[in-house]
Design a protein around this ligand. Sequence first.
Ligand SMILES: *[C@@H]1O[C@H](CO)[C@@H](O)[C@H](O)[C@H]1NC(C)=O
Ligand SMILES: *[C@@H]1O[C@H](CO)[C@@H](O)[C@H](O)[C@H]1NC(C)=O
Length: 244
Amino acid sequence: MRHPSLDRNRKWAPGSGAMMLILMSCVTSALEVPLDLPQPPTITLQSPKDYIFDPRENIVIHCEAKGKPNPSFSWTRNGTHFDVEKDSKVLMRPGSGTLVIDISGERADAYEGTYQCTAHNDHGTAVSNNIIIRQSRSPLWSKERNEAITVQMGVSLVLQCRPPAGLPPPVIFWMDNNFQRLPLDQRVSQALNGDLYFSNVLPEDTRSDYICYARFPHTQTIQQKQPISVTVLNSKSGNGTGIG
Ligand SMILES: *[C@@H]1O[C@H](CO)[C@@H](O)[C@H](O)[C@H]1NC(C)=O
Ligand SMILES: *[C@@H]1O[C@H](CO)[C@@H](O)[C@H](O)[C@H]1NC(C)=O
């Protein structure tokens, strides 16, 4: 709405689980060929041409192919043979060319580069796209999961934002799922560090989508934290408004 870059950048939101999404490029199902006929390899699945990885997770570079007999797989990196066997951090999934690179404790940028997969059998060779692998350079939100919060009406409550650091620091605001800003007043206020303070909660504060957003002025990106769910119990009736 007021944040034209939001949609474009929502893919960065760790909360959405969509971050660093690997868009599988599913490929043409080839003609049905009788089972015992020889068939050169065809690539059936490969990672997108541009893959930005989260340095906190394994890098997974997809490459699958079919053919008769089953193809064998090899990789190049930056144009030269990538000896997967020689690197203990790299695993090639059995029956496919997909690479899983465990970068924990490694310098992740050592694995940046242009990768290409080759599938080969006696009848031919198929190659994947050039797959450019880069590490995300944006600050990343911590991956904590938020427990749903249930409180009695009338108590005070703090919802933590804890945005990733950035220079200049991000601008923090709280919105709901529909990008509506949550109203602030004397009872509900936002601290300098971005935390949301309720001096005393009311049943109408119950909602499942308290979402802290951080806008980084420098990169013009917005990140969204995992939604926080709050249920305020109305002590008089014993049971509150309940969730959902
Ligand atoms: C591959 O090339 C890129 C760009 O030149 C470079 O940044 C990267 O470090 C290289 N990767 C490897 C593994 O040599
Ligand atoms: C609240 O509701 C749940 C289920 O509806 C019930 O099991 C529970 O006993 C209720 N609690 C109180 C304090 O009434």
